[in-house]
Write a protein that binds this ligand. Structure first.
Ligand code: PMP
Length: 400
C-alpha cells in the first residue's frame, strides 16, 4: 500500500533544533526557536496567564463539548481585540468568528472554506519569503500558490515597488496572504503609508486580503498599533479574512488558541458564511479545545487582567527591542563591515540578518550558534549572557 510513498523532506526548523540539542558546547546559542525566552533562556509563563488559571480553577469548571464555533466569550472578545470595539462591522453584524487550533488551524480553516467557494483557478499569493507553512497549508487545501515580491536583499527592507507590481500583475480576484504585523521571517513591515498603497492596488484588482495575525501586541508592545493594517482594510470596505493566533502574545503556544474571522459586506453574507465555515470546521475538528480558550477569555474579559496583559506584552516586546539595540551597538563598535541599522528597523520576534547560507554554516560549526539557513535569527534567543559571543561571531563570519 505504501510502497509508492516517497520520503518527505525534513522540516528545516525541527532539524535545526535537533542539531542544537546534540551540540555539547557550553557556548551554544539557539537563535532558531520561534518562542519567547526570558533573559535566562527559559520559557516564560505570562503572570497574567497564571492569574487567569487560578480564577478558572476556583470555579471548578466542567469539561463539556464547546459548540462548533467555540467559546463565544472568547471569539467575540478576540474579534474586538482585532477590530477595535467601536468598529462599525460589529454594529452591522458583519463579523464571523470561529475558534480554531491556533494560528495554523485558522489559516487552514480559512483556506479550506475559501477553496469551496472561490473559482477553481483562484491563485493564492504569498510574500517572498513567508512563514514556511503557508505554502503547505494553501496547497493542502487545493490552491495553487504564487509568490509576490516583498523583501529586498539589497536594502534588507521592503521592496514596495516590486510588491505593488506583483500584485498588479496577478490575475484579478486573487487571494493575497498578508502578515498583519511582525512579518515572519523578515521582520520587515510596511509603513502606514505603504499599507495604503498596497490597499489601492488590491482594491483596483479585486484581490481578497487574507491577514495572518500571529504577533498582535508582541510586535510593538501595543495591541492597537499592531492591528492597524487589518482595521485600515476593513475601514476601506474590503471583505477579508483574518487568521489570529494567541500563541505568542499570551504565551499559550501548546494550548492552540486561535480564531478565524471573516468580515463581509452585509449581514446576510455573514450569516451564509457562518453556516458554511461551521460545516468546514465540523469536518476538521468538530469542536475546538476548551482550556486555552478559557484562559484567553478570562484575560480578555477582565479589565484588570487586560491591563496586566498590556504590561506583560510591553515587557516581552521591550526585552526584544533592547536586544536589537544592543546587538546593533556591538556590531557598530566592532566595526563589522556593512550597515546594521536593519536590526533595529525590523520588528517582532525575528530579524533577517543578511548573513549568507555559507556564513550561517560557519557560525554554527565555528561558534555553535544556530539559525535558519536564510540568516533569520529569533531575537528572543538573545540575552545579556550570550549577546557578546553572538556579536563577535557575526563579526568573525562576516570578515572571513
Ligand atoms: N503565522 C505566522 C506568520 C507565524 O509565524 C506563526 C507561528 N510561527 C503562525 C502563523 C502559527 O502559529 P500557531 O499555529 O502556533 O499559532
Amino acid at each position: 500500500v505504501f510502497s509508492n510513498v516517497p520520503l518527505a523532506p525534513p522540516d528545516a526548523i525541527l532539524n535545526l533544533s535537533t542539531l542544537y540539542k546534540a551540540d555539547e558546547s557550553t557556548q551554544k546559542v539557539d537563535l532558531g526557536v520561534g518562542a519567547y525566552r526570558d533573559n535566562e533562556g527559559k520559557p516564560w509563563v505570562l503572570p497574567v496567564v497564571r492569574k487567569a488559571e487560578e480564577i478558572i480553577f476556583q470555579n471548578r469548571p466542567e469539561h463539556e463539548y464547546l459548540p462548533i464555533g467555540g467559546l463565544a466569550s472568547f471569539t467575540s472578545s478576540a474579534a474586538t481585540l482585532l477590530l477595535g470595539k467601536d468598529n462599525v462591522a460589529f454594529k452591522e453584524n458583519r463579523v464571523v468568528s470561529f475558534q480554531t487550533i491556533s494560528g495554523t488551524g485558522a489559516n487552514y480553516l480559512g483556506a479550506r472554506f475559501l477553496a469551496k467557494f472561490k473559482p477553481q483557478d483562484t491563485l493564492v499569493l504569498l510574500s517572498q519569503p513567508t512563514w514556511a507553512n503557508h505554502q503547505n497549508i494553501f496547497n493542502t487545501a487545493g490552491f495553487t500558490t504564487q509568490n509576490y515580491r516583498y523583501y529586498d536583499p539589497s536594502t534588507l527592507g521592503l521592496d514596495l515597488q516590486g510588491m505593488l507590481q506583483s500584485l498588479g500583475d496577478a490575475p484579478n480576484g486573487s487571494i493575497v496572504v498578508l502578515h498583519a504585523c511582525a512579518h515572519n521571517p523578515t521582520g520587515v513591515d510596511p509603513t502606514q503609508d505603504q499599507w495604503q498603497q498596497i490597499a489601492d492596488v488590491m482594491q483596483a484588482k479585486g484581490h481578497f486580503p487574507f491577514f495572518d495575525c500571529a504577533y498582535q501586541g508582541f510586535a510593538s508592545g501595543d495591541l492597537d498599533r499592531d492591528a492597524f493594517a487589518i482595521r485600515y482594510f476593513v475601514q476601506r470596505g474590503f471583505e477579508c479574512s483574518v487568521a489570529q493566533s494567541f500563541a505568542k502574545n499570551l504565551g499559550l503556544y501548546g494550548e492552540r488558541v486561535g480564531c478565524y474571522h471573516v468580515i463581509t459586506k452585509t449581514e446576510q453574507s455573514a450569516n451564509h458564511v457562518r453556516s458554511q465555515v461551521a460545516r468546514t470546521s465540523r469536518a476538521i475538528i468538530s469542536n475546538p479545545p476548551l482550556y486555552g480558550a478559557r484562559v484567553a477569555s478570562t484575560v480578555l474579559n477582565t479589565p484588570e487582567l487586560m491591563a496586566e496583559w498590556r504590561d506583560n506584552l510591553k515587557f516581552m516586546a521591550g526585552r526584544i527591542i533592547t536586544m536589537r539595540d544592543e546587538l546593533r551597538q556591538r556590531l557598530v563598535q566592532l566595526g563589522t563591515p556593512g550597515n546594521w541599522d536593519h536590526i533595529v528597523n525590523q520588528i517582532g520576534m525575528f530579524s533577517f540578518t543578511g548573513l549568507s547560507p555559507t556564513q550561517v554554516e560557519a557560525i554554527k560549526t565555528k561558534h555553535h550558534i544556530y539559525m535558519t539557513s536564510n540568516g533569520r535569527i529569533s531575537m528572543a534567543g538573545l540575552s545579556t549572557h550570550n549577546i557578546d559571543h553572538v556579536a563577535r561571531a557575526i563579526d568573525d563570519v562576516v570578515r572571513n
